[in-house]
Structures are given as C-alpha cells and as structure tokens.
Design a protein around this ligand. Structure first.
Ligand code: UDP
Length: 240
C-alpha cells in the first residue's frame, strides 16, 4: 500500500546533476518539475520533508581549484550554486501547491531565510518543505555533509539519497560491470572500507556516529520516492 509509511520526517538529498536533465549543465525546468512531483506525492502522505540539493550542475569547488582558482573562493561559488538549485525547486514545489522555505547557511536575507534550527523545525511541523541551501556554509565540505548535518539537527529518521541511473549501492560500478551485485543492506564501516560511492567519507562517518540510516534509491522511476517510503521497490540501506 503506497499510501502508508512509517516515516514521519525524512531528508531527501539529490545532486545538482539530478536537475540538469540531458543538457549536461545547469537547470532543466521539466526535470525540476518531475522531481517536485515526486516530493509532492510524499508530502501528500503527511511526511515532513527536508531537502538538500547539490550544486555540481552549475559549479564545483574542486573543478574551480583545479583550474587555478583559490579553493575557498571556488567552494563559496559552489555553495552559491546550491542556492540557485534550491530556488528552482522552491518555485516548482509551490507551483504544485506545496509550501516551502529555502533556508540558507550563508546569509542573504533578500533571497532566503537564514538557518535558525528551531525555526526550521517549526516549519517542518507546519508541513512546509525545508530546502537547505548553501551547504554547511563552510568551504572544504560537501552537500552530502550538509545533508547529514541537517538531517541530524532536524531529527530526521533517515536520509534518502535519490540517484540517477542506479537503484542502490553495488559492490562495483553497475554501469561498467554486468556482474555487479546490489546490497540490500550494508554497514557504514563496509561502505568506508570498500570505498563505495555512497557519500563522501566525512558524511558517512557523521551518519554512522549518529545512527542515521542512509537509503540509496533511484529517482528515475515515476513514483519511486513514494514507493520507497512505503517499503516498495529496490534500494540499499546503509546502517550501523
Ligand atoms: N560546498 C562547500 N561546502 C558545503 C557544501 C558545498 O564548499 O558545505 C561547495 C563545494 O565546492 C562543492 C559545491 O559546493 O563542490 C557543490 O556541492 P556538491 O559538489 O556537494 O554538489 P553535488 O555533487 O551534490 O551536485
């Protein structure tokens, strides 16, 4: 029964690339709209939803620094990119009648509200989708770390990592190896020891230390997010 879930509050993490469609860069509004519909269908189940969106479709700090830009400056540019993605998602969700707040770790009061933990919790209680932007606000971190940090602060029951082209965690790259095997469950320590690409290592460690389950699933199938919340479909749970 896909109308039922045991989850009350979750965080959905998607990469910036999830919003670019086939363009290879930037924002593809129909793709943003498609993901907004996925989020709306879970919101309609009564689940409180946090979102963290990456910025890699616009700018990545490491790419900038590889081309000679100062690393911290490049990282701030990456964080600003996530704000653009958050605003695009806000617009698409509100088009569907889902109320949202974009909450930024770097102050820009004209654009989005600053991060104040208790205020964000209150938004969730009022069933507003909280889109956390600008990462952690610190260079040298990633939006995976930001997702784990906010999920802990908001007392989410799990992080849902919505992926494109893959429906969980495999023992090797399923795009390259026909015999790759998907894990139903895997421990944080095994993910770290085997260097599996779920999240970066600091994000995994932060999830592990706070017993926050990470559920890796595919965002490609319509209704996929809702199905996973109802316990259907294929996915991998990373746990303690
Ligand atoms: N970033 C940062 N601190 C953070 C989060 C992000 O400096 O707390 C920067 C970093 O440069 C990163 C960029 O923002 O490359 C975009 O985020 P990320 O690469 O995590 O996006 P994704 O790969 O998920 O699209």
């Amino acid at each position: 029964d896909t109308s039922q879930t045991t989850f009350k509050r979750v965080l959905l993490k998607i990469s910036g690339e999830a919003l670019m469609g086939d363009q290879g860069y930037g924002l593809h509004p129909p793709t943003v709209e498609r993901i907004a519909r996925e989020v709306k269908s879970v919101h309609d189940m009564g689940v409180e939803i946090c979102m963290v969106i990456g910025g890699g479709n616009i700018f990545r700090g490491l790419a900038g620094s590889a081309q000679g830009m100062e690393r911290t400056t490049a990282d701030y540019m990456g964080m600003l990119a996530t704000v653009m993605n958050a605003l695009a998602m806000q617009s698409a969700l509100e088009e569907h009648g889902v109320f949202t707040r974009v909450i930024t770790a770097i102050r820009m009061d004209e654009v989005a509200e600053p991060y104040i933990r208790r205020r964000a919790v209150r938004h969730l209680e009022k069933k507003r989708v909280c889109i956390f932007a600008a990462g952690t606000g610190n260079p040298y971190f990633t939006t995976d770390t930001a997702a784990t940090l906010r999920a802990n602060e908001m007392a989410c029951e799990a992080i849902f990592m919505g992926k494109n082209g893959v429906d969980g965690v495999y023992d090797k790259d399923p795009m390259k190896h026909d015999d790759a095997v998907r894990f139903d469950k895997i421990s944080y320590d095994d993910v770290l020891a085997k260097h599996l690409k779920v999240m970066d290592a600091s994000a995994i460690a932060l999830a592990r230390d706070n017993h926050l389950p990470i559920i890796v699933f595919s965002l490609d199938e319509p209704g996929g997010f809702k199905g996973i919340l109802a316990g259907e479909g294929t996915y991998t749970t990373v746990h303690g």
